[in-house]
Design a protein around this ligand. Structure first.
Ligand code: GAR
Length: 210
């Protein structure tokens, strides 16, 4: 079984989906540790309830991004993970951090990348009048929200949608596709090579919708 460490900053509903999928055998792995940069993140309670080791590493106690990320690497590596999963971890990572976990660092981003990198993705999709929005799971590289996409899912945008309506619709898809991708990795079917995601020896196009 692969050892998975999950990084969070908030509610942790994706963390919950991953823990649940490990529990039911839909992921051939185990969440062995959770690290949050926010002390009162509800995801910590979810980890606690599931009996998963968890800890807070607050960025506020560090004078630089480099110093924080170095300590974060130390925390994570104590769990000897095979895979590190960002699940609503709302921090920009240093190149050193990203390189340390090259090829074994996944992120989920609430937009159809390369559209809407960064924050407020749901409101931006509404403001642009998009009829379709969605979510992307990708390998993390030094380019912010720019690493190779593994899997995307689309949702419709309705005329009366608020950002939170849309976020809720996207979350349902997140909870479906993140466990799928994590399981591919745990089954040794998914790798990154030369900035491309490879599944079962086939390079994945950027429009691999689930
Ligand atoms: C998710 O929607 C995820 O896509 C997003 O944060 C939310 C976390 O929800 N991630 C980002 O915006 C990364 N820049 P959760 O805490 O309930 O899993």
């Amino acid at each position: 079984k692969k050892r998975i460490v999950v990084l969070i900053s908030g509610s942790g509903s994706n963390l919950q989906a991953l823990i649940d999928a490990c529990g039911t055998g839909h992921i051939a792995g185990e969440v062995v540790g959770v690290v949050s940069n926010i002390a009162d993140a509800f995801g910590l309670t979810r980890a606690e309830n599931a009996g998963v080791a968890n800890q807070v590493l607050s960025h506020r106690e560090f004078s630089s991004r480099d110093a924080y990320d170095q300590q974060l690497i130390q925390c994570i590596d104590e769990y000897t993970p095979d895979l590190v999963v960002l699940a609503g971890f709302m921090r920009i990572l240093t190149p050193e951090f990203v390189q340390h976990y090259q090829g074994k660092l996944l992120n989920i981003h609430p937009s159809l990348l390369p559209k809407y990198q960064g924050l407020n993705t749901h409101q931006r999709a509404i403001d642009a009048g998009d009829e379709t929005h969605g979510v992307s799971v990708h390998f993390v590289t030094e380019e912010l929200d720019g690493g190779p996409v593994i899997l995307q899912a689309k949702v419709p945008v309705f005329a009366e949608d608020t950002a939170s309506d849309l976020a809720e619709r996207v979350h349902e898809q997140e909870h479906r596709i993140y466990p799928l991708v994590v399981n591919w990795f745990c089954q040794d079917r998914l790798t990154m090579s030369e900035n491309c995601a490879i599944l079962d020896n086939e390079p994945l196009a950027e429009n691999g919708y689930a």
